[in-house]
Write a protein that binds this ligand. Structure first.
Ligand code: SF4
Ligand code: SF4
Length: 362
């Protein structure tokens, strides 16, 4: 992110909400309203969080009720909303179709008469202020948008501890290139810097975070849903993530993207909360991933490694995504070669059957 382009006192709007009763206009009005960001005729990408094909109640994907409310707000002012993301695994039309259908977005798009992105093309772009990445491949569905509204979800992440607004634009990197970056940037600090570089390429114009039902424990796909009943809106991803940390009682320096953002002087001097503050919506007892136990105990522990369990169906998705080719399907079960494994947990987050546990290997 370019320091010169960020507000030093960003606004983060926080509202109590349920999926049955969403009022995005009241949420965005304190920031200037939707008309500040969207003009009639703009093609507006609703950059949802669509990690894997998963039903909304599992809290893995941005809930369709949130996507619906925002799509309707865009339509109301004459914008042309379309829904897109690059889920994990191969970036193909087939995978997109499965993901949209399971997430309830296909029905939603039909109901509202809006577009789902099926363009899987990409191109190389340079990152002028990149610290780790000077160029990358980016999906064209992102580059072709006039405006972007990013819709992250409050979720834990076994590798990055939390996946919030500073990580939402990782989905603009197509398919398996994301797994390759795990191999190239296998240290957490380097990976977090790479995420901030990617965020700087095409900063969302507006971010609206689905925190109505979030995920705790071993997210981003294998954790448990948790009722938090909040929606947040901001232009500033770092400010939004700091607000979430305040709400959940998490030390922000423990979140790699926020730690690197602080080093890069991307933390705002102050954050203004025009509606509720993080203290007003404070949640106690939020469970971080098992891989973050050092944040809770203050003691460094051996890293956990992926262990396939009896739930494994030999579907092969972990084998496909592993950036180090450390997993093979042998005798109808995934087997990990721990001499190659870099503990990136891509296999854990991609497994559709929650068949991988994370354990300390003796
Ligand atoms: S561990 Fe999961 S992703 Fe890997 S083969 Fe088994 S079921 Fe599929
Ligand atoms: S086995 Fe899993 S955790 Fe290990 S490198 Fe492969 S994807 Fe990453």
């Amino acid at each position: 992110m370019d320091d010169t382009k960020r507000a030093n006192n960003p606004l983060v709007s926080i509202q109590k909400s349920t999926y049955a009763n969403i009022d995005v206009e009241s949420l965005v009005n304190p920031l200037g309203g939707f008309t500040k960001y969207i003009h009639s005729g703009d093609r507006v990408l609703l950059k949802t969080s669509l990690l894997i094909p998963s039903k909304p109640e599992k809290a893995v994907v941005t809930h369709p009720a949130v996507v619906s409310a925002i799509a309707q707000a865009v339509l109301k002012i004459g914008g042309i909303p379309y829904i897109g993301d690059s889920p994990s695994g191969q970036f193909t039309k087939r995978r997109l179709e499965k993901t949209y259908t399971k997430a309830g977005l296909k029905d939603l798009a039909n109901k509202l008469g809006i577009e789902l992105n099926y363009d899987t093309s990409s191109q190389k772009v340079t990152i002028p202020n990149g610290k780790k990445l000077k160029k990358t491949i980016l999906c064209n569905f992102v580059l072709n948008a006039d405006k972007i509204i990013a819709l992250p979800k409050i979720k834990t992440h076994t590798y990055m501890i939390m996946t919030l607004a500073t990580k939402i634009m990782y989905g603009v990197i197509p398919g398996l290139t994301k797994a390759r970056y795990h191999s190239m940037f296998f240290k957490k600090t380097a990976f977090a810097d790479m995420l901030l570089d990617v965020l700087s390429v095409r900063k969302p114009d507006l971010i609206i975070m689905d925190g109505i039902v979030g995920m705790q424990g071993d997210g981003p796909s294998g954790g448990t849903p948790i009722n938090l009943e909040v929606l947040l809106a901001s232009e500033d991803a770092v400010a939004m993530d700091l607000a979430v940390c305040g709400m959940l009682g998490i030390e922000p320096i423990g979140i790699p993207t926020l730690r690197q953002a602080k080093i890069r002087k991307l933390w705002p001097a102050e954050i203004s909360y025009p509606l509720l503050s993080p203290t007003d919506v404070r949640y106690t007892g939020f469970l971080l991933p098992s891989t973050a136990d050092y944040l809770v105990t203050g003691r460094k522990k051996p890293k956990r490694s992926p262990v396939p369990t009896e739930k494994c169906t030999a579907c092969g998705q972990c084998e496909e995504i592993c950036p180090k080719k450390a997993i093979k399907i042998i005798n109808q079960k995934a087997q990990v070669d721990y001499t190659k494994c870099i503990q990136c947990y891509c296999c854990h987050e991609t497994c559709p059957y929650e068949a991988i546990k994370l354990e300390v290997i003796k």
